[in-house]
Design a protein around this ligand. Structure first.
Ligand SMILES: [Zn+2]
Length: 655
């Protein structure tokens, strides 16, 4: 007796046997039970998931002498002949080879007549998207006015190629990929029927390799059985790996352990062994990527067994590999390798690509958890908080800091080493930038080195200081407090190249621009007071007056100057404005002074409140920025994180 391949021998004959497509069989079963069977079905899904099998089961269900029934008897002539593919009223058409005009004519002529024996004339059209235009038309005519005795079952892997006119007349069923667990269960059942022994890991490996297709799973199993050959011999995972060219899981584990431990040499050696034994390296890379995913899932999931298609002992192994590693490190590894994966698959030299990917990943910089960084920073802060000697008096005015009673003076001992040690400080940053900065000339492959390689990192050595915070106040900033001519910047502004690395000029004696510390001469303050009175009545007028030059200010006489061209003149001098200003002045002086508006050539030589305010704000902002930039905590953070100070923003309100 000739050998029948497993896929045919154990093809499901009833909906109950159909694995992984319960949503289809249930719906069809219900439709049959309620006598609401459509006249055209469309089964879609990737190959090997049970579309044609389901079509045959459906044909039996419709034509069984006991039918229509969801459970065809399997023994009546109809059931038997359909199973054997020789029922005259059930035609299976392969659309790909059914394109000639003669085929179509024959089809048209067969659609009309009643079935020879069965209840329905059933057309099962496989790969229906391959039909020619005339063939579609022949079907369409029938679909538009379906004779009650005709049923169509279309199957396709490419539903998007099926004309909409056809789609809209069909009841559509989408077949899913079958989970490896379900496939494994079916494989085990088949092995039992065949009286063949196989260990669990072997079955799972075959199921995984089938990638959701039951037919592929059966074919692979055929292959494995043929290789083992000897009756009574146990099929092992190792044997399966050899037959299917799949790297043994244990090799993958060792590969993962090597990379996780940063042992690039071992990784490369393992790849060499695999290459020598003739393994398909892109395939190995795919399995390795799968393993990295398994490691993450095993690490984070409460019930990983449900999410991973692994035998129990495999799951235990995966957990063991993942146990000593941080999740973040595992995800980083997965991310890095999946980027490299495309390269490996497409590369003309997959071995080199795989090797270099493993080397890069092995040399990834250590991951410093954010918690750890924060801890180091707060350590630092605590030390600084307690040390009033710090430049610029430290934050919060030398308050003893959270460490309270603990003599902060003692602390500097251990802490500084913890972040200044050059070994780790510069490597800390950018936790997901996998590549180690020093990786020398990686990837000799023609394919360009995987993205994570060179370009990203290079945090240290910020030689030029591009930071541009706190530009030194330009000339304008130094306003003489008096409203006599602002004698241009006398003392040079402190040129505060903002705090940096080595030697920030400690607390640069905040010079030059005296921020009206002693208070400006009374006139300006008095004028401000008057303006605030004005503001109460007409805020817009106060704003206008802030831009006026105060030429003279006294109980006798107040002179206000505007540039002739200023559009503000009109707003300040109209009768209402004048009245409000006078009232404010009267309140201020206790009597009404003489008020006049003068036209001046330019404000040169005069000071306006607006100018003072602007200059004042600038001085404060600059000081605040400098204080932040020079703050020891910030400087330390820059060093610790390998960061760079780009900008300091100070909220206006604070300034
Ligand atoms: Zn039957």
């Amino acid at each position: 007796m000739s050998y029948v391949v497993l896929a045919r021998k154990w093809r499901p004959q009833s909906f109950e046997d159909l694995v992984g497509q319960e949503h289809v069989s249930t719906t069809i079963g219900n439709a049959i039970a309620q006598n609401r069977v459509a006249h055209a079905f469309l089964f879609t899904g990737v190959r090997g998931v049970g579309k044609t099998t389901s079509a045959r089961i459906l044909a039996k269900a419709l034509n069984c002498v006991n039918g229509p029934t969801a459970k065809p008897c399997q023994v009546c002539p109809q059931c038997r002949e359909i199973t054997e593919g020789r029922d005259l009223d059930v035609q299976e058409i392969d659309a790909a080879s059914y394109t000639g005009i003669d085929d179509v004519r024959r089809l048209q002529s067969t659609l009309g007549p009643l079935p020879a024996r069965d209840r329905f004339k059933i057309f099962i059209v496989d790969e229906v998207h391959m039909l020619s235009g005339p063939a579609w038309n022949a079907f369409l005519k029938t679909l538009e006015e379906p004779p009650p005795h005709v049923k169509f079952i279309f199957a396709t892997t490419e539903v998007h190629k099926v004309p909409v006119t056809i789609l809209s007349r069909c009841q559509r069923y989408d077949f899913k990929l079958i989970s490896a667990l379900r496939i494994a269960a079916r494989l085990r059942w088949v092995l039992e029927q065949e009286k063949i022994q196989a260990d669990d890991a072997a079955v799972k490996t075959v199921a995984r390799e089938a990638a959701g297709s039951m037919r592929d799973a059966m074919s692979l199993l055929d292959q494995v059985i043929a290789w083992v050959g000897v009756e009574g011999e146990l099929i092992t995972a190792e044997g399966v790996s050899k037959v299917l060219g799949v790297a043994d899981r244990s090799v993958l584990y060792r590969l993962a352990e090597a990379v996780l431990a940063g042992d690039a040499a071992t990784g490369v050696r393992l790849v060499g062994d695999l290459a020598q034994q003739g393994y398909d390296l892109p395939h190995v890379a795919r399995d390795f990527l799968g393993l990295l995913r398994d490691l993450v899932i095993a690490k984070i999931a409460d019930d990983p067994a449900r999410l991973l298609d692994l035998a129990d002992e495999e799951l235990a192994d995966v957990k063991a590999v993942a146990a000593p590693v941080e999740v973040d490190d595992l995800t980083r590894l997965h991310q890095g390798f999946s980027r490299a994966f495309d390269d490996i698959v497409r590369s003309g030299q997959p071995r080199a690509s795989l090797e270099m990917a493993l080397v890069r990943l092995s040399r990834r910089p250590p991951l410093v958890p954010v918690d750890e960084l924060i801890r180091r920073l707060s350590d630092l802060e605590r030390r600084l908080g307690g040390a009033p000697s710090g430049p610029s008096g430290g934050p919060r005015g030398g308050a003893p800091g959270p460490s309270g009673g603990q003599g902060p003076a003692r602390r500097p001992g251990p802490a500084p080493g913890s972040f200044s040690s050059p070994a780790e400080a510069p490597r800390a940053p950018s936790p997901q930038a996998a590549p180690p900065p020093p990786a020398p000339a990686p990837a000799p492959t023609p394919a360009r080195p995987a993205p994570p390689a060179a370009p990203v990192a290079a945090p240290p050595a910020p030689a030029p200081q591009p930071a541009r915070p706190a530009a030194p106040p330009p000339a304008a900033a130094a306003p003489a407090p008096v409203f006599t001519p602002p004698r241009a910047p006398t003392a040079p502004p402190p040129a505060p190249a903002p705090a940096r690395q080595e030697a920030p000029p400690p607390a640069p004696a905040r010079p030059s621009v005296p921020p009206r510390a002693g208070g400006p001469p009374p006139d300006v303050e008095a004028w401000r007071a008057v303006l605030s009175l004005v503001r109460e009545r007409r805020p817009a007028l106060a704003s206008v007056l802030e831009h006026a030059a105060l030429l003279r200010f006294g109980p006798e006489r107040v002179e206000i100057g505007y540039e002739a061209s200023s559009f503000l003149v009109g707003q300040a001098t109209d009768a209402g404005a004048r009245e409000i200003l006078l009232a404010a002045l009267s309140t201020h002086f206790g009597r009404a002074p003489e008020l006049s508006f003068e036209t001046i050539a330019s404000k040169n030589g005069a000071v306006t409140v607006a100018m003072l305010d602007t200059a004042d704000r600038k001085v404060k902002l600059d000081a605040a920025r400098r204080a932040v930039a020079e703050h020891p905590l910030v400087a330390a953070a820059i060093e610790l994180l390998g960061a760079e100070l780009r900008d300091v923003r100070v909220a206006e309100a604070e300034a």
